[in-house]
Design a protein around this ligand. Structure first.
Ligand code: SF4
Length: 639
């Protein structure tokens, strides 16, 4: 019997309504572990290379990994994956809360949706009972409204993942909401779900997951809880959550301001962790099995507006919907946070898109007439609310922003692409890489586009020198294997990154859950690298090559110096970016064209993928001998 897993998978054809349940293959489980491992493999194998992300052949994959729902350090996560309408490559995004664990309690490790439903539906799971049900009563509702309505109709003990109107209208950066304010936010996974007319998934599970050695697992976890309770980072994390990084990022000159025009927002004091706690916090919130409680549940009261409740703003929202859009009051940022959550758009690409439009308006590239008589001024809530509604309802110029950066920049013209702060269509996370070159490299090379979760390097950039270009690429490679590993096993990476739960402790926990006594950290790291290479090959097979041409940010990041703040004068050139890319490809065992080589693919057991790339003329030539271990181990300091 497969231990540590629910043991079953669901296959659902939304076009025909067919639902199939089958056992999870133990060999598949060991090889890909779950989460983004399952996502990568299923998308690569099953989605035709020319399939439209919004077509019936795209898959929506929902999968908690081995940690989820088990007694370990925060097994709270669940991955949602699909070929992304942003990058046209593999896309995956995790959500915390309680959804993944509940799915495990119902006995499922994997749901794969295909097809498009002829009418709005939601998936109902109550242990063995699985049904597609009519969702027309919920269609058009916001994510949190849908969650509340389904809980009212089905019972409070159901966990809900739902999309909002943005996903229904296929806004490419639409997200999936859960637990009244947590999201699988990135890669447009919500847009794919809404495009399939799947409004929600409601799950209740009452089984327990079979575990190999619960008493020893309990001992290990209790030992970790006791030790980490004393960690110096624990108290600030519990008090402020990630919101405290607003001040930190400003002081370190990496805070995106006015669409990344500069990296210091002089009015940040009104939107930092302090005002969040003092002015709007109602209570702390935690995901399943978590003792860090970084979630902040807030009440927002603004004159002339309804009182609203939102989880946040956490750092990414506090930066990208904060100073990046010119907001200097925590209530305003929280209100924009609530708006995005309600209509169901990712606050990260969403915040970026709003700021991009604001800069275009500032520079006269967008007119008042195109905004239906409104303006789009920095820090103006009414303007932003109106713009969001134009995008979500795809009205006028909002139609082009709803399609993503490329369509919007092409429509606006006048060199607007310079102001699209993104890589591969994914809006940048809330750190400017001009004063932290490895961070920029991490964005450039991330398989899903500019997302900090794949590798976060700011403290390493500081340790090794903020203006140092050479020698950092191999560390980025290592971080790109270790950090996303937590999305594969579905645990929260903050336990590793911030309170020093070690990588080996995670491996020990997996062994105790599964009984895989020979499982090692090396095997886990190789899996992470295998996923990385598979996703790169998938991206190339869909988009063509060479891969290198997709690995550059917009010109701002290699042509403009930072104009103000602690990083004033920091500047990278295109030649700097090329030096970093050359080092990076060599560290990965790829060709200088950015395409994976046969040698590295075969070393990872991906011979079939090498053959596919060769047939497509997309195989790279090794530029240096294949490094036996790809990447150099490094653990950046926490904040
Ligand atoms: Fe969730 Fe935050 Fe806990 Fe991680 S630290 S499990 S994100 S509450």
């Amino acid at each position: 019997m497969l231990k540590g897993f629910g043991g079953r998978q669901l296959r659902i054809n939304l076009s025909t309504g067919e639902i199939r349940t089958s056992p999870l293959d133990p060999t598949f489980a060991r090889k890909w572990l779950g989460g983004r491992g399952f996502v990568a493999k299923i998308l690569y194998d099953e989605v035709p290379r020319n399939a439209d992300p919004f077509g019936p052949e795209n898959r929506l994959v929902v999968t908690p990994g081995v940690f989820s729902g088990n007694f370990g350090p925060s097994g709270s996560k669940c991955s949602f994956g699909a070929v992304s309408p942003l990058s046209n490559g593999e896309g995956d995004s995790t959500v915390g809360g309680h959804f993944g664990p509940e799915l495990k309690f119902a006995g499922y490790d994997l749901i794969v949706f295909q097809g498009i439903s002829p009418k709005p539906v939601y998936l109902f799971i109550d242990d063995d009972r699985v049904e597609l049900r009519d969702a027309s009563a919920y269609w058009g509702q916001g994510t949190m409204e849908t969650e509340a309505a389904l809980k009212r109709d089905l019972g409070e003990d159901f966990e809900i993942a739902a999309v909002g109107p943005a996903a229904e209208n296929r806004v490419v950066f639409a997200c999936i909401g859960h637990d009244y304010g947590r999201q699988a936010g990135r890669c447009g996974v919500g847009a794919v779900m809404g495009g399939k007319r799947l409004k929600a998934i409601a799950v209740r599970g009452t089984r327990s997951t079979p575990l190999h050695d619960l008493p020893t697992l309990k001992e290990l976890t209790l030992r970790i809880i006791k030790r980490t309770a004393q960690h110096p980072n624990m108290a600030p994390w519990q008090k402020y959550g990630t919101a405290m990084f607003v001040g930190w990022s400003n002081e370190h000159g990496v805070y995106p301001t006015h669409n990344f025009q500069t990296t210091y927002f002089d009015r940040y004091a009104g939107i930092d962790g302090g005002p969040l706690v003092e002015r709007i916090l109602v209570t702390n919130k935690a995901c399943f099995g978590c003792w860090m409680n970084c979630g902040k549940y807030s009440k927002v009261q603004i004159e002339g507006k309804d009182t609203v409740y939102v989880e946040g703003p956490e750092y990414e929202t506090g930066s990208l919907c904060g100073g990046n859009c010119g907001f200097d009051q925590i209530e305003q940022v929280a209100y924009v946070n609530w708006l995005c959550d309600t209509v169901g758009i990712d606050t990260m690409t969403g915040g970026n898109i709003i700021a991009f439009a604001m800069e275009c308006y500032e520079k006269g590239l967008i007119t008042r007439e195109q905004l239906e008589g409104h303006e789009l001024r920095w820090g103006n809530l009414e303007d932003v609310e109106h713009f969001i509604r134009m995008v979500v309802e795809r009205r006028g110029i909002g139609e082009y922003f709803a399609r993503g950066y490329q369509a919007a920049a092409a429509y606006i013209g006048g060199g607007a692409e310079r102001y699209t702060c993104q890589v591969k269509g994914q809006g940048m996370s809330g750190y400017d890489g001009r004063g932290a070159p490895a961070m920029l490299l991490a964005y450039m090379t991330a398989d899903i586009g500019a997302h900090h979760n794949r590798a976060w390097t700011i403290t390493m950039d500081e340790d090794l020198g903020k203006d140092v270009i050479r020698g950092k690429a191999k560390v980025v490679v290592h971080l790109q294997h270790i950090r996303p590993l937590f999305d594969t096993i579905s645990s929260c990476r903050l336990f590793w990154g911030e309170i020093d739960v070690t990588d080996q402790e995670h491996i020990d926990a997996i062994k105790l859950m599964t009984g895989w006594d020979d499982f090692t950290l090396e095997e886990a790291m190789r899996l992470s690298e295998r996923i990385w290479n598979l996703n790169r090959a998938h991206f190339l097979e869909r988009n063509g090559g060479p891969g290198r041409k997709f690995d550059y940010p917009n010109a701002r990041f290699y042509e403009e110096a930072v104009p103000s703040g602690p990083a004033k004068g920091a500047r990278l050139t295109l030649a700097d970016l090329d030096v970093m890319l050359d080092e990076y490809y060599a560290a990965r065992g790829w060709g200088l064209d950015g395409n994976p080589s046969r040698e590295v693919l075969e070393d990872l057991g991906l011979e079939d993928v090498a053959t596919n790339l060769e047939r497509a003329g997309l195989l790279g030539q090794l530029s240096a001998p294949l490094p036996p271990v790809r990447g150099e181990k490094y653990k950046p300091k926490a904040f």
